[in-house]
Design a protein around this ligand. Sequence first.
Ligand code: AMP
Length: 114
Amino acid sequence: MPTLFERILNKEIPATIVHQDERVTAFRDIQPRAPVHILVVPTKPIPTANDIEDGDEALIGHMFTVARDLARREGIAEDGYRLIINCNKHGGQEVYHLHLHLLGGKPLGPMVSA
Ligand code: AMP
């Protein structure tokens, strides 16, 4: 079964795509938790952070440089932002296709609630 994000990447499900190249696609989160909330998703369907392989290091680095460029383009780089990868149940992961959340546009408060 393709993941929800694979279906977005394949254009079977609509999304507001803000960046796409061979290795990653970035689109706006459907339920934004901040004025800017973008998901950076690798084309390769890596389920969780636990499944990242040594050979994926360049891909993971690319996800971060794309997030950096998007932060600049969205005008949030100067004030700051948060990058999050949730993993499995305790991390609150909902979609089992690795993704980097880019959140910003307001003060984001404490990193985790107690
Ligand atoms: P996570 O909890 O880290 O797995 O994050 C999954 C994220 O995917 C959540 O922030 C959801 O709001 C977001 N999401 C779920 N469905 C869609 C969709 N169809 N388009 C865009 N974002 C989505």
